[in-house]
Design a protein around this ligand. Structure first.
Ligand SMILES: Cc1cc2nc3c(=O)[nH]c(=O)nc-3n(C[C@H](O)[C@H](O)[C@H](O)COP(=O)(O)O)c2cc1C
Length: 264
């Protein structure tokens, strides 16, 4: 679970929380934290704009994301970093809808390896996050726009004809069916490794961050709030804050169940 501070929700300003973390993780953070602190104090109790240390910390996460592999090095990624409290409040209203629909409908299809106790704990965490989403210190929305690359591929007819000659008729049909999967999955596969880099960097810095995709169910509304162009797809909405409660190792199915040797 992610909150505004390690001590509990809402006990400190979200921006101040991330800045405190920056001062902690970076030996040179003292100055940054102090100057950002001045900024917040000056701002009074109105929602403060993010200080330079918070901005730097969040950009560090995004920079790590850009180091991930991406198909043909197209680098069609964009990351919308949201710290404006009014924007997060707008997204919180949308998020509550997503959580309610998930719990009314999809959550009951929980896999068998999740016992009732664990399911109830996860549900409680989801409902807590729903009710406190507006306090999330920062949100990062991972987007990808490979449209230009796809269009250039589609327009390259001479290249396509050379390829089809190499494939022969049977494989050309198979290829045309597979091309859609190739493009769709390549786009997703070009952004999720970056998201994982971001999550690992956040964890290394002692921050909590979660890959979420529920917003995709009403993606258009989220994009409207964030001004994301129609052609750009979003792939993950990542709340960033301080971990609350257990932040230990994850539990996964044993390797014996999922490794297939030489063939499935
Ligand atoms: C594709 C994908 C989508 C996810 N979407 C959500 C989500 O919308 N909301 C959420 O709370 N967690 C989401 N998660 C996180 C998973 O619920 C979480 O990784 C899983 O329950 C295992 O928990 P653990 O990683 O803390 O062990 C998502 C993870 C992935 C890979």
């Amino acid at each position: 679970m992610i909150g505004a501070s390690a001590g509990g929700p809402g006990t400190d300003g979200p921006d101040r929380t991330l800045r405190a973390r920056e001062a902690h993780v970076d030996g040179s953070g003292t100055h940054a934290a102090r100057s950002a602190g001045d900024h917040v104090d000056d701002a009074g109790d109105a929602a403060p704009a993010p200080g330079p240390a918070t901005t730097a910390l969040l950009e560090r996460l995004v920079e790590a994301a850009t180091w991930a592999p991406n198909a043909s090095n197209v680098q069609g990624f964009h990351y919308v970093v949201v710290t404006d409290r009014a924007q997060i409040a707008r997204l919180a209203d949308l998020w509550a809808v997503c959580v309610d629909v998930y719990h009314a409908w999809m959550a009951s299809a929980a896999p068998g390896h999740r016992d009732r106790d664990r399911f109830e704990r996860i549900r409680a965490a989801h409902l807590y996050q729903r009710d406190h989403f507006a306090e999330t210190p920062a949100l990062i929305v991972a987007c990808y726009d490979a449209g230009g690359w796809f269009r250039r591929i589609q327009l390259n007819w001479p290249g396509a004809l050379r390829g089809f000659r190499r494939l022969g008729p049977r494989r050309t049909l198979q290829f045309l069916r597979g091309a859609r999967a190739y493009m769709g999955r390549s786009e997703a596969a070009s952004i999720y490794p970056g998201v994982e880099n971001l999550l690992l960097t956040a964890r290394a810095l002692g921050l909590g961050a979660t890959l979420t995709t529920w917003h995709l169910t009403i993606e258009r509304d989220f994009k409207k709030v964030l001004g994301i162009p129609r052609r750009v797809r979003t792939f993950a909405l990542i709340p960033v804050g301080m971990p609350m409660g257990n932040f230990g190792p994850v539990r996964r199915r044993p390797l014996a169940e999922i490794v297939h040797r030489d063939r499935w």
